[in-house]
Design a binder for this molecule. Structure first.
Ligand SMILES: Cc1cc2nc3c(=O)[nH]c(=O)nc-3n(C[C@H](O)[C@H](O)[C@H](O)COP(=O)(O)OP(=O)(O)OC[C@H]3O[C@@H](n4cnc5c(N)ncnc54)[C@H](O)[C@@H]3O)c2cc1C
Length: 394
């Protein structure tokens, strides 16, 4: 039986899932609650095409990001979206970071990522103002206008006959009689399948039993603009803490030529809590009722407190940045809008470390699609489409 598939969420993942389904001959409706595409994570991120360096070999993140880094700049060129391969440095600023830098080098090679180990002198040739004791040079990293990519996907979907609805919020998914009724604040759509790509709300439509096992935890990532962009030529990342799901504050010359510093990772008190003062009591109560959040809190108490401190105390943040870029001063940093990451956390308090897609014959849930989800959106779209066409009678 063939019929309509409804995609909930018009971020990069939802649009890419819709694109993959339309490409496989399916009728698709995309429903987005905001007035335009990519208003949340897809429009508030670092704009980096990740290479696949960091992720566990064999994981979806490793496979899909490595492929995306190989292909996305060419796709963007074809679609008229600004993107380019820039390469990036991962810099060890202290000798105790060297074993982790070497482990990252090994991991990159295992994932098929083009990466070299550099001496401080060789790193200085690429980034003259950056200090390090050793560095990795990753060749396939790039930058991309991700909101532009979302617009290009929406245009291609419209041209292919998909129905695109903005300013419409999905409020319920009712399963029954082999169909799913997608209820919205403007009406309802009868579909053969629904795919939930709702980012920060990705757990909203999970069955209660599944929702007891996993919950989205929002982590705000704050950014600063570097007023002396001449200090940074490309992309400079620290050696990440392997126990953390985030990469650490980095320096990025974006697709528009601006250099930004960030993002940090601070627990947000609202799913769409872009400002420190944003608190959603209902969401906060829901989060506090989830055992995984308390376990996460205990596990990352020290790191979490340090991140919050650096967010509140500019000199502490500056010290972190100066490890890589000694010349930067407080006057060189100007706050810019933050993003909020949707990170799925399991009941045992561990952050899900891979993309997670779940579901059955009527509904598929993209439960975890954090970074490098923008990079790998087209691959995630194809993965989800193949999965649901194999499982559901569409
Ligand atoms: C600070 C930060 C930095 C990042 N840096 C990078 C990077 O450099 N490179 C990279 O590859 N990735 C990066 N990421 C990750 C990347 O942005 C995400 O992986 C990607 O955007 C996820 O896309 P998405 O469509 O799943 O989510 P989103 O873009 O959040 O889209 C979900 C959409 O669902 C809609 N929605 C939710 N509920 C409903 C409902 N009930 N009805 C209708 N619509 C609904 C929302 O309004 C939203 O538009 C970063 C993320 C953040 C936050």
């Amino acid at each position: 039986m063939s019929g309509t598939v409804v995609v909930v969420g018009g971020g990069l993942v939802g649009l890419a899932v819709a694109h993959a389904l339309v490409g496989r001959g399916r009728e698709v409706v995309v429903v987005e609650k905001e007035p335009d595409w990519a208003r949340h994570q897809s429009g508030h991120n670092s704009g980096v095409i990740h290479s696949g360096l960091y992720y566990r070999p064999g994981s979806l993140k490793a496979r899909l990001a490595t492929e995306a880094a190989r292909t996305l700049p060419e796709v963007c060129a074809e679609w008229g979206v600004t993107a380019r391969r820039t390469g990036k440095l991962v810099v060890a600023t202290r000798t105790e970071e060297l074993p982790r830098l070497h482990a990252l080098h090994e991991r990159g090679l295992a994932n098929g990522v083009p990466v070299d180990l550099l001496s401080p002198a060789a790193a200085r040739e690429i980034e003259p103002h950056v200090a390090c004791v050793a560095a990795l040079h990753v060749h396939s990293t790039g930058v991309c206008d991700f909101p532009g990519l979302a617009r290009a996907l929406a245009e291609r979907l419209a041209a292919a006959g998909a129905e695109l609805r903005t300013s419409e919020r999905v409020t319920a998914l009712d399963r029954g009689h082999g169909r799913v009724r997608v209820v919205t604040d403007r009406g309802e759509i009868s579909a053969t399948h629904a795919v939930v790509c709702a980012g920060l709300q990705a757990d909203a439509f999970l069955a209660p039993a599944a929702r007891r096992q996993v919950r989205i935890v929002p982590f705000r990532g704050e950014y600063w603009t570097l007023r002396r962009p001449d200090l940074v030529r490309g992309l400079v990342y620290p050696v990440p803490d392997p126990t953390m799901p985030f990469l650490g504050v980095h320096l990025t010359r974006g697709w528009d030529g601006e250099v930004h510093v960030g993002p940090n990772a601070v627990l947000a008190l609202a799913r769409e809590g872009y400002r420190r003062r944003d608190v959603d009591p209902r969401e906060a109560a829901d989060a506090l009722g989830f055992a995984g959040l308390w376990r996460l809190g205990r596990r990352y108490a020290v790191t979490g407190a340090q991140e919050a401190w650096r967010s509140l105390v500019p000199p502490a943040f500056l010290r972190t940045v100066r490890r890589m870029l000694a010349e930067v001063s407080a006057e060189d940093l100007q706050r810019r809008p933050a993003g909020v990451r949707a990170q799925a956390v399991l009941r045992d308090g561990s952050p899900a470390d891979d993309f997670v897609v779940r579901g059955g014959p009527l509904v598929t849930h993209v439960v975890n699609a954090p970074s490098p989800g923008a990079t790998a959106c087209l691959q995630i779209g194809a993965h989800v489409a193949e999965r649901l066409l194999a499982r559901a009678a569409l």
